[in-house]
Every structure is written in C-alpha cells, then in structure tokens.
Write a protein that binds this ligand. Structure first.
Ligand code: F6P
Length: 488
C-alpha cells in the first residue's frame, strides 16, 4: 500500500487551522507555566536513548493532530511493509532491509510470529556473510604484520564507518591505525600513502556499486602505488566490500565481502561496509553494535505511534518544516567523539528527503528535507550559537548529551553537561533587555537526546533512531526516501 500524501489528509487541514489559531504564537515559557507535567508528557524513553521533547513548539492538541496525520498517511502500514521485505523502494523496485542486517541469527529467534518469517533465506545469507567478515576482521586484528588499514570509499561507504570508528575510539582494541580516503582530491590519498608501508597495509575498497569515480580512481592509484613499492600479494593486501563482486574480481581483488541491493548506501554501515569498525572494536563489539540497532528496530516496529520515538521526532520535522517554515535543523552532539555525526546525518537526511516529487512523479506543493548542520558542543557555541540565540531564523536544535564520561577529568564533564543543559534553557527562556542588541527573544525550540554512555549499543540506537525518523517523515511527505536519481 502506498502512503497517502500528507497534504491530502484531514489532519493536514486541521493542522493548518491549529497553526493559524495557536501554533504560530505558541510560547514555550507560557506552556511550561500552564502545564507542570509538560516535561513528563513530552519525554520518551526508547532502547538505550531518552529524549526530552518538551522544549518544542508543540502542545497536546498539535501532538494529537500530528499523530492523526501519521495514521492517515498510513505510516504504520508503510513501516510494516518495510519490515516484511516488500519492495517499498518503488522507483527501483527494491525491498528496504538494512534492518535485517542487524536481526539476530534465525536459528535462535524465528517463529511464525516473527518479522522475518518470510525472509529466512535472506537472513541466513546475512549471517553467513557477517560471520565470514567478522572472522576476517579477527584475523586482521591478530596479524602483527598489518599495522594500517585504509578504507577507500565515499558517501555511505565512508561516512558511516568513519563516524563510528571515531565515536567508538574508546573501544578500539586492535592497535591498528585506521585511515579513510574518500575525496578524489589526491592530497588525501597522498598523505595516507606517505604514512604507510605496503607490506603493513590492508586496503579496503568500499563501494556498493564498485563504479563510483572517486573510489575507483583512489583504488587504482593505491594499487599502482602498492605495485610500484614492490608489493606483490594484492590478494592479501586488498579486500573489497561491495554488491558488485564481479567488478571487484575484474579489478584484481579476490577477497570480497558482499551485500545486497536492498541495502541503501547511506544505510550500509551494518553490512560489510562496517568492516573497518569490526577491525577496530572486534567481532564481539560489532555484534553488540548490531544488537543495539536491533533494539531500536523493535521499538520502531512495535511501539504505538504516540510512544514511538522515531515517529515523534519525524513528526516534529514535518511540523517545523511545513507549518512554521523553519528551513534547517541543527545537530549539536556534546561529545567530541561524535564529531562526524553531523556529516553522517547530513547524508541520511538530505539524500533521503531531498526530493521534490511524490510517488507518482508529481511536484510536491510543500517542503521536504530541512538543511541539517552542526558541530560538537561546546565548539559550536563559540562559532554559530550567536545566530541561534539572536539571529532572524529560528533553527530547532537537537542536542545529544552523554551522561557518563570515559576520561578521568570529572570537572570537564560537569562543565560540558552544564553547557548543554544551559544552552537548551537559554534558547527557550531568552533574556529581556531594553537595549535591543542585548535582548534575546527566546522561545527557541530544542530536543535533548540523552545517552547514559557512548558505547556500541547506544551509538547505534542513536543512528537507528535517526534512520527511522527519516523514514517517518519520508512516509508523510509521500516521496521515495530510498531512491537516488540525481547522480545517475
Ligand atoms: O552520491 C551518490 C552515492 O550513490 C551515495 O548514495 C553513495 O553512498 C555513494 O554515492 C557511494 O556509492 P558507492 O558505495 O556505490 O561507491
């Protein structure tokens, strides 16, 4: 069943009316004054993640209408279609099953009630490939001759593993140096090649299609360099992570780890594309990583819409982008290891929702993807927060805070957490001052996403949360999130 486009529902008209009557002038300070239980009503716990959404420009009536909108658009049926393996990527006639990559092995869990009951063959292929890839990762970890691993890939074949390797640096136990080369700008590859030796290096050529110009150019140059430096054993020093195993073989690479056309590039971190992370944190860490994402999948699949965190966040996006007319959303992770999270989320959100026609190819009469941008706190505070507090644009901010630190400088962590809490508060409260340049209007919306700790389970719950949030907003907007055509 195709989702119903949001602007063709009754809830859409009701939301337009609600926006005109109360939404436009909604004031967070008044809302908190009138509703002592606002925090409780607008907070939600999901696996490994807690979100305080109380500082958003939404009242209970709007919230109810947004949920009605989701129901009228058929979000539940569309979600269930994805989890049943239906070809919901209709422009490419493909299923969308990145979630299957993190589904536990069939022999332990499949029952007639289970989501994967019709997909046991795919699931066993997933686990066979996963086991082979994790064995390979363990062998690399145990091989003292390999000191450096160079991932050559771009977009989804770079952003996910790079982001996750950085984020989970505290869990890296391999002792290997990991490098990421994505840009066709030779400065990037050249700098890496100057720092490695051919007999100590493993090159991973990561490309879903094995045709992307930047990646193939870098891979060819790396192979030429390897040969020029006297390297002979390409089979030992190159591996390919791709759905196009044939092309990898033609390139001269015999060690390959495959995945499937039902995994979108920006959703491929869970597949063989995650190999650099598996090398960094080991097979057990990678399995923990997959399990955390599966927990979030189950939440998205089973929780009622009102208690479903990805749905609630996706609805906020639609409300802000289409009724308030806010053009962007800022992501502010208050953890320096999450410094590539904004770049990763940019592809996830903007490559997915940056579409202008509906399922039937008709131009959409409303806005789709917001611009997503951000930097880790507190650095952003000293760069662009001026604009968030006093600029002419309203930008909803999504803060990500982590309760526990993994360093031994407790004073720093106290200050960091104090900063993130204070920023959300200050955006909302503002500061009245008769001197115009000192006046801060306030009423700035924000969401606080809270993790107890940054570890494999919480990181992926955070990522899967964002994937499903994008799915939710895409369903309402009625275009195809999973296709990507501008690049053809
Ligand atoms: O930019 C287009 C795109 O196809 C992305 O969707 C993808 O993540 C990236 O290029 C890399 O593609 P591949 O993994 O096939 O090299």
């Amino acid at each position: 069943m195709n989702p119903i486009r949001c602007d063709r529902t009754k809830a859409w008209s009701a939301l337009q009316q609600a926006f005109a009557e109360t939404g436009r002038n909604f004031d967070l300070r008044t809302a908190f004054g009138g509703q002592p239980d606002r925090f409780a009503n607008f907070s939600l716990a999901a696996p490994h993640v807690f979100a305080d959404m109380s500082k958003n420009l939404v009242d209970t009536q709007t919230q109810a209408l947004l949920l009605q909108l989701a129901r009228e658009c058929g979000l539940e049926a569309h979600r269930d279609a994805m989890f049943s393996g239906a070809a919901i990527n209709h422009t490419e006639q493909r299923a969308v099953m990145h979630w299957l990559l993190r589904y536990p092995a069939a022999d332990t869990v499949v029952s007639s009630q289970d989501a994967v009951r019709g997909l046991t063959q795919e699931l066993s292929q997933v686990h066979a490939t996963l086991n082979a890839m994790l064995d390979f990762a363990e062998n690399v970890r145990a091989d003292p001759r390999i000191t450096d691993v160079v991932n050559i890939g771009i977009g989804g074949s770079d952003l996910g593993p790079q982001m996750a390797v950085l984020a989970l640096d505290a869990f890296a136990t391999s002792g290997k140096r990991l490098h990421f080369v994505s840009n066709v700008d030779g400065h990037e590859l050249d700098a890496v090649l100057k720092s490695v030796k051919p007999d100590g290096t493993l090159f991973l050529v990561a490309s879903k299609t094995f045709t992307t110009t930047e990646t193939m150019t870098n891979a060819r140059s790396a192979r030429d360099w390897f040969v020029q430096q006297g390297g002979t054993n390409i089979a030992r020093h190159f591996a390919a992570l791709t759905t196009n195993v044939q092309a990898a073989h033609a390139f001269g690479i015999s060690t390959t780890f495959g995945f499937w056309d039902w995994v979108g590039g920006r959703y491929s971190l869970w597949s063989a594309i995650g190999l650099p992370l598996a090398i960094a944190i080991g097979a057990d860490g990678f399995r923990e990583f997959l399990a955390g994402a599966h927990d979030m999948d189950q939440h998205f699949r089973l929780a009622p819409l009102e208690a479903n965190l990805p749905v609630r966040l996706g609805l906020l996006d639609v409300w802000y982008r289409n009724f308030h007319g806010f053009t962007s959303r800022s992501i502010a992770p208050y953890h320096s290891a999450l410094k590539r999270l904004p770049a990763y989320l940019q592809q996830l959100e903007m490559e997915s929702n940056g579409k202008r026609v509906d399922a039937a190819g008709e131009a959409l009469p409303f806005a789709t993807s917001p611009v997503l941008w951000g930097e880790p706190g507190t650095n952003g505070q000293h760069a662009y927060f001026q604009m968030l507090h006093q600029g002419t644009e309203v930008v909803p901010v999504e803060f990500v805070a982590v309760k526990a630190a993994r360093h031994s400088l407790p004073e720093h962590h106290t200050r960091l957490l104090a900063n993130v809490l204070a920023q959300g508060q200050a955006l909302m409260l503002g500061k009245a001052d008769a001197r115009g340049h000192k006046n801060i209007a306030g009423n700035g919306p924000s969401t606080m996403v809270l993790l107890d700790d940054l570890n494999p389970s919480t990181l992926v719950a955070l990522i899967a949360l964002q994937e499903h949030t994008v799915f939710g907003s895409e369903t309402l907007l009625g275009h195809n999130n999973f296709g990507i055509w501008w690049f053809e």
